[in-house]
Design a protein around this ligand. Sequence first.
Ligand code: GLU
Length: 431
Amino acid sequence: MSQQQNNLNPQSEAHLHGPLFQNTLQNFDEAAKIINCDPNVAARLRKPRRSLTVSVPVRMDDYTVKVFTGYRVQYNSTLGPYKGGIRFHQNVDLPEVVGMAALMTFKNSVLGLPLGGAKGGVCVDPTRLSRTEKQNLTRRYTSEISAFVGPNKDIPAPDVGTDPQTMAWFMDTYSHEQGGYAQPGVVTGKPVEIGGSLGRNHATGLGVIYITERAMEVNQMQMAGSRIAVQGFGNVGSFAAKFAHERGARVVAVSDVTGGIFNGDGLNIPEVIEYVKQNKGVKGFPGSQEITNEQLLEVECEALLPCALEGQIDTHNAEKIKAKLIIEGANGPVTNAATKILDKRGIFIAPDVIANGGGVIVSYFEWVQDIMSFFWEEADVDSKLKAIILKAFDHVHKFKLEKNIDMRTAAMAASIARLEKAMLLRGLYPR
Ligand code: GLU
């Protein structure tokens, strides 16, 4: 039965669909076919379980009240409590959050974590808020979704525009609403002083580099001396650039919202990080040539690491990419159609659900440590992260070679296979 015949009321869910979710569903349908996924399971996995939209009134510094819109989408909880980040960004809307929540579901499954998938966000430009306004926004958003989250229900984490401080406010607000008892396990990515995990802050960037090294290895390349370009210099991109630099790679280009910088001999990344602290962006870094974000993607290099937002590489620029490897630090940076073009051109893509999985893997560790109230050494965290992320990569890569398909389809297929088994075991309620 085609999806259209299967869908008795297609209009009713139009408001959930945006480009990211459509891409994910295309990828899903292709992968489901390859593994012969049970059609009843596939039909359930194509839809979010529930989507919450909330109004978030915030007292601004000038004493006016502004009302923002927030979301929390709980996509699937077959494998465990819902898990996924919270994004503060001016482009956040319900379809984007649905797409991200779907990706989280497939990410947690392919990584082998005992977690379901969710995502949240508020439509706001956080760079235009004062610290007090951001705190007010975070606390009220937390309060609005607090009935739906909890250490055994749904555990948020940072994403674009949120950070450990935001998670601390989230944890504090939720704890107050639970009678004032500290509830560290409700959120991950917290500062270590209040139940965060060592190694969580750099986890996504470190995972990206573990995957870059492995992708290089299976493609007969090596990190030392290779040229790397990184789009996005936030939590993911800046740590990925730092770890690549430490391993002897030449990071030739990086970029952020202020633009891009290039140096063919390699940028001094620790100095770029210091420069960004002082200047709020990479633009103008001494000894570099100015490039645009668009040009950064087309730089001559061994590995391109898109670590910013979704939809950066699509059919308009896929032919112009010169990298040999693309490691997706962001969620959804390469569209499905672009994946096909790049795959034909022999460009190897390590897909988001594996490549940026370091964040949620160490979130999982943080949640476990909070529940046990027993905390691990940083070296322990890093090595356990490495074991889990490389195991997922190797499993998917083997499947890719067996079936002669691209890595994105292989990762989705492995993810669906695990979810399918679990869903068939749990069955349908009532039946
Ligand atoms: N926001 C991150 C992601 O997209 C981390 C999610 C988490 O740690 O729960 O994977």
